[in-house]
Design a protein around this ligand. Structure first.
Ligand code: DX5
Ligand code: ZN
Length: 225
C-alpha cells in the first residue's frame, strides 16, 4: 500500500493559499488536511467553514477536515456541504460516537476517528469496523510545530494490528510532529497516511519542495509486517 501525504494548511501562507495548493498538487499531495479548532476542546482557535469552501474551490484533491471541537454533531452537515470529502472527529468529545459515525456516513462522507495521545486504542475496539480511517494524534492537538511523542508509535502498531486481525482495509493516519526524521518511523510502525504542516510549509523553497523532501525520505520504507 502506497503511503499518502496530507499537507495541513494550518502552517500555510494564507496570503497565497491558492498558489500553495497548486504547488502541493503538482508535487503529488494526496489530500488536503484542514484543522478546525474551537478554543474549548483544544486551547486554540483556527480555521472554519469559509476556508473549507475556499480550499474546495482551489483544489481537485480530496479535502479532509479535522474537527478539534466539542460538539461535532452540530456542524457535520455544514462541513459536508462546504466540501469535505472526509470528516475526522475526536473520540474524546463523542459520548455517542456510534451515532456521530453514522451521521457522517449518512452524509455520504468518509469517516475518521482521531485519538489523542493518552487514551488507549482499545477505546475504538467496538467501532473500528465502521471506520475508513483511524487518526493517531502524535502530539497533543491544538498547535502546529510540536514535537512528535515517541510513545504513540506503539499505538500506531496497535491500530494497524487491529485492522489486520479483522481483515479490514482501514487507513492508519498520523498527525503532529511529522518530518523527515519521524515519518519513516511512523510508517514502519504501520501508518499509511501522514499529515504534516510545518515540515512542508516551512521549507524555504516552498511547500512543494517540503513535500518532495518528505516523500523522498519515505520512498524506501515499507509498512511493518
Ligand atoms: C495539531 C493539528 C495538526 C497540525 C500539525 O493539532 O491537528 O494537523 O497542523 O502540524 P505539524 O505538522 O507542524 O506538527
Ligand atoms: Zn490535524
Amino acid at each position: 500500500m502506497a503511503v499518502q501525504f496530507a499537507p495541513s494548511i494550518l502552517a500555510a501562507n494564507f496570503l497565497c493559499l491558492g498558489e500553495q495548493l497548486k504547488e502541493l498538487e503538482a508535487a503529488g499531495a494526496d489530500r488536503i488536511h484542514i484543522d478546525v479548532m474551537d478554543g474549548h476542546f483544544v486551547p486554540n482557535l483556527s480555521l472554519g467553514m469559509p476556508i473549507v469552501e475556499a480550499v474546495r474551490k482551489g483544489t481537485t484533491l480530496p479535502v479532509e477536515v479535522h474537527l478539534m471541537i466539542k460538539h461535532p454533531d452540530r456542524y457535520l452537515e455544514d462541513f459536508a456541504r462546504a466540501g469535505s470529502d472526509q470528516i475526522i472527529v475526536h473520540q474524546e468529545v463523542s459520548p455517542h460516537l456510534h451515532r456521530t459515525v453514522q451521521l457522517v456516513k449518512d452524509l455520504g462522507k468518509k469517516i475518521s476517528v482521531a485519538l489523542n495521545p493518552s487514551p488507549p486504542v482499545a477505546m475504538l475496539d467496538e467501532i473500528i469496523t465502521e471506520l475508513d480511517t483511524v487518526l493517531i494524534m502524535t502530539v497533543n492537538p491544538g498547535f502546529g510545530g510540536q514535537r512528535f511523542i515517541e510513545g504513540t508509535l506503539s499505538k500506531i502498531r496497535h491500530v494497524r494490528q487491529m485492522f489486520r486481525s479483522r481483515h479490514l482495509e482501514g487507513e492508519v493516519e498520523v498527525d503532529g510532529g511529522i518530518d523527515i526524521h519521524t515519518a519513516p518511523r511512523a510508517i514502519q510502525a504501520g501508518a499509511d497516511v501522514l499529515v504534516a504542516g510545518s515540515s512542508i510549509f516551512d521549507d524555504p523553497q516552498g511547500p512543494g519542495s517540503g513535500l518532495r523532501r518528505l516523500q523522498g525520505c519515505c520512498g524506501q520504507i515499507t509498512l511493518n509486517g
